[in-house]
Ligand binder design. Sequence first.
Ligand code: DCP
Length: 324
Amino acid sequence: MPPLQRGALPPVVGFIDMDCFYVAVERARDPRLLGKPCAVVQYPTGQRGRPDLRPEDDRWRTGGPMGGIIAVSYEARARGVTRQMSGAEAKKVCPEVILVQVPTAFGKADLQIYKDAGDAVVDLLASRCDATEKRSVDEVAIDITGAAEHLLASRAAAELGAAASAATHLADSALSVDAAKVTRSSARQGHDKQQSRDTSELADGWEEVLRRAASDPVAWRLIAGAVVVKELRQQVESTLGFTCSGGVATNKVLAKLGCGLHKPNQQTLLLPHAAPVLLKDLPLDRLPGLGGDFGQAVKSRHFADFVSASNRRASSYRCRGQTC
Ligand code: DCP
C-alpha cells in the first residue's frame, strides 16, 4: 500500500442521506409500518379549531381532509405513490397504502420528532468523523479523512478492498452511469435502475480499481473511506433503526452526487477518474443546487439539459469573449 502523506492529499469526504426519512422516523416509532407501503401526509390546512395530534396520538388517516404527501416509503413508490399526490390520490393508486399525518401543535405541523431524529444521526456520525455538516433535516456531509487513515494503518489492504467492493457501487460502472441519466424527479420516485442490487453489477470494475489503487494513495484513502461509510451506515441502522444511503469522494458536491445514484440503503464511491465519465451525460438538475428554479434558469441560459452540453456552451462563450 502506498505511504500516507497527511495534508498533501485531498480529504476523504462522505455524504449520508437518510432513506424516506419521515417515514423511517414513523416506522421507528411504530413497527406496524415496517415493510408496508406507507406515506407521511401534511396536516390539513384551513380547518380552524381541529384538535392537535401529538406524536403519541393515533395519526393514521383513512379518509377525510388531509394535506399532501411529503414522504413516501419505497414500497409505496413501487406501487405508484409519489410525493406530488394528495392522500386521496395515493389511496386510488395503492388502496393498501397507510397514511400517517405529521404531528401538530398550536394548529401547525410540529416537526420536532423528525428534527430530533436527524440530530441523533448527526451525533452518532460525529463520534467517528473529523467534522460533520448538516445539509438538511436528513442529509449530512462528513469529513472522514482521519477515520479512513486510521483504517489504512490498522487493517490489511486486502481486507479493506474486500469490504469496500462488497458494499459499494463505483460511480463510473455501467449501472451507475445509467442511474445518473435519469432526472432528479424520477430518481426521487425510485426508478428501476436505482433500486437494482445485483451483486455482479456491484462488482463491475472493482478488480481494476483495486489493482490501480495499489499505486494511488488518493484512491486508497477513498476506498478506506467507503469502508468507514459502510460501517457508519450499519451503526446508524443498528442504533437508531434508520437506513441511509452514502457517497464517498474528495469533496461534498461529488460525494452528494455519488450518494444519490443508488438508493435506498446503498452507497457509491466516486473516484477522481470517474467524475468526467459520470458528468458527461448527467442531467443538469442532478447537480446539487440545480434541482429547482436556479437549475431551470441555468438550463435555459445554456440551452442545455446535460452537464456536458452546458460545459461545451460555457467554453464556447469564454472562447468568444477572448476572440479566439
Ligand atoms: N420533506 C418535506 N417536504 C418536502 C420534501 C421533503 O417535508 N417537500 C421532508 C420529508 C422527507 C424529508 O424532508 O422525508 C427528507 O426529504 P428528502 O427529499 O431527502 O426525501 P426522503 O428522505 O423522504 O426520500 P429519499 O429516500 O428519496 O431521500
